[in-house]
Design a protein around this ligand. Sequence first.
Ligand code: ADP
Length: 152
Amino acid sequence: MKKIAVFPGSFDPITVGHVDIVRRAASLFDKVIVAIGINSQKKYLYSLEERIEKLENVFEENANIFVESYEGLTVKYCQKVGAQFLIRGLRNASDFDYEKQISQMNAIVGNGIETIFLISKPEYSHISSTLVREIIKGKGDASSFLPKEISL
Ligand code: ADP
């Protein structure tokens, strides 16, 4: 059976920290789906179409990395696409506290879906999409946090 993993997130925008996690996951699984979760209550800086385009540009050379979007529960989406694994990145202890609870609840609701945590590289552990958005909104230079394939 093929090992399929989903890396869910908002990717508003995708950062070099996300890219590193996805590439590392792609060496562990047969297929990695980078899945943009759509939350109708949330206000995004970039539209869904813009975020899909950026992700596709970044991963276009990677044959086992796919970009999709979904609405609703992440575990239901995983079942739909036949993924047995969820990938999350951990930057610090607060990521851990938050993610631990979600992964334990997802394992119950998602019939044993396994969450695999990849620890961020030290050079990326300070990077968050939230802060990158603030820099972009304030017209600062966020280029060192963004993959080179995408423009602002
Ligand atoms: P969310 O909207 O769910 O917070 P994000 O798109 O910000 O989603 O993040 C998706 C995943 O990427 C999460 O597991 C998060 O911990 C991880 N992540 C975000 N930034 C980094 C980083 N700099 N290094 C490693 N993992 C990261």
